[in-house]
Design a protein around this ligand. Structure first.
Ligand code: GLC
Length: 435
């Protein structure tokens, strides 16, 4: 099956799409201080249920608004946490009662979301947490989760009677539901493995391919959805379609050991937390996100930008404002993002600029990150330019050199002439049609 449908087939649409929305939504939105709150504050399962499961009531939830916000921001796919580490499920799973229909929401919250995003033309991605701090058969953990650091004896006591294999089967059953009941799922995003101290008879210190039975899980996935794009966190090196750098942008085009470029997607937050965090004030401005998106595409990668909706079911104003501003830029500049990747190496970006390149249309996109006075000197472009224009208004851009410039530049260099006042867009882009 792998051979019939190689990874490069699966990711064809994905490497063109370049920009997606991550959504972290679960009971932790009610705590409103990080999705790891159970771990951070050592909150036992019963206490967590009492506070957040019992009171969860997303009365303003309207996935149509979310989908529109994502589409207007220029995002082409979304990935939703169907279940995060807390173990709570957004859909009407048959495998547990710890699910949205049993909260005051009284319904499957996933289905209308999938419908709304699909109707706006976005591809559908499901995040599924391998970690589960609620399931009674998953080994309680000494390192991660609500009972971390309570002492080896207590942990051993709690783990008596737990059967990791039962939890592994539960995951396969849930993933089967997700892959068969919501139409074609385009991305499956497992999170995560920490196998360094995994032991086959005691999973209290580490969990990876043995605890999750990753091979069987992968078989389940591939037999049901040969086309689904898989991330790389199952602890099965070589089986993922996408490498997933988290909370940073790689320094250059990402390559494997043999020096071949790999498909990658950086996942990043606006402010640090993935789940809704009321009191976090480290929000990145929209312009910074736009520059990050350009940076990713210029290195052949995607950006999966996260939103953490509130417990009432809304994107808050901080997220909405930024999405709107990103959308303003994307409306004029998506040609330099969609279908683009790293430019051929000969095109060395001029200082303060970044290139992206569309190999199909042979257009080079010069992103001007810092506006210089009157001209940009670009290497290796002499004799190669057919036509140039700004993207935002399709106004022509010309080259030109005065005598002094001629004497100072190398023959392969061109001077791209700019207006002295930058256009009123966050990052101006020049579209260069190559001969
Ligand atoms: C980490 C965190 C998690 C988040 C994920 C997104 O693995 O555990 O909270 O969902 O990164 O990549």
């Amino acid at each position: 099956m792998q051979q019939q449908n190689p990874s490069s087939n699966r990711t064809k649409w994905f490497t063109k799409a370049r920009f997606g929305m991550f959504i972290h939504w679960g009971l932790y939105a009610g705590a409103a201080r990080n999705e790891w709150i159970m771990h951070i504050e050592h909150i036992p399962t019963e206490e967590y249920e009492r506070r957040y499961f019992k009171h969860f009531n997303p009365d303003l939830y309207d996935p149509e608004v979310w989908a529109k916000a994502a589409a207007d921001a220029g995002m082409q796919y979304f990935v939703i946490t169907t279940k995060h580490h807390e173990g709570f499920c957004l859909w009407d799973t048959k495998q547990t009662d710890y699910k949205a229909p049993n909260t005051l929401a009284k319904r499957d919250l996933l289905r209308p979301m999938v419908d709304a995003f699909r109707s706006h033309g976005l591809h559908v991605g499901f995040y599924y947490s391998l970690l589960d701090w609620h399931h009674p058969m998953n080994f309680v953990d000494n390192r991660i989760g609500p009972y971390r650091a309570i002492g080896d004896e207590k942990i051993a006591e709690m783990n008596k009677g737990r059967e990791q294999a039962v939890y592994a089967k539960y995951m396969r059953e849930q993933v089967t539901e997700l892959l068969t009941q919501y139409g074609p799922v385009d991305i499956l995003w497992f999170d995560f493995s920490y196998p360094d101290r995994e032991h086959p008879e005691n999973f209290a210190l580490g969990k990876g391919r043995l605890a999750w039975e990753s091979e069987k899980l992968l078989e389940t996935v591939r037999s049901l959805a040969p086309y689904v794009i898989l991330d790389d966190r199952l602890d099965l090196p070589g089986t993922g379609d996408v490498v997933t750098p988290e909370q940073y942008t790689p320094p250059r085009v990402v390559k494997d050991r043999d020096g071949k470029p790999v498909v990658w997607e950086a996942c990043q937050t606006f402010s640090g937390s993935w789940g809704y965090h009321r009191d976090e004030y480290s929000w990145r401005p929209a312009g910074e996100i736009i520059r990050t998106l350009i940076d990713c595409v210029s290195k052949d990668g995607n950006l999966l930008l996260n939103v953490g909706p509130t417990a009432r079911g809304e994107f808050d104003a901080r997220a909405m404002d930024r999405l709107r501003d990103i959308g303003k830029w994307m409306r004029y500049h998506s040609d330099s993002i969609y279908g683009c990747g790293a430019a051929p190496e000969a095109f060395i970006p001029p200082s303060g600029c970044a290139y992206t390149y569309n190999a199909e249309t042979k257009r080079l996109y010069l992103h001007i990150l810092s506006w210089p006075y009157k001209c940009i000197y670009a290497k290796n472009l002499a004799g190669k330019i057919e036509y140039m224009r700004f993207l935002h208004d399709h106004s022509e851009i010309c080259t030109g050199l005065c005598d002094f410039q001629k004497a100072q530049t190398t023959p392969d260099e061109v001077a791209i002439v700019l207006p002295s006042v930058p256009p009123a867009v966050e990052v101006p882009v020049i579209e260069i049609f190559l001969k």
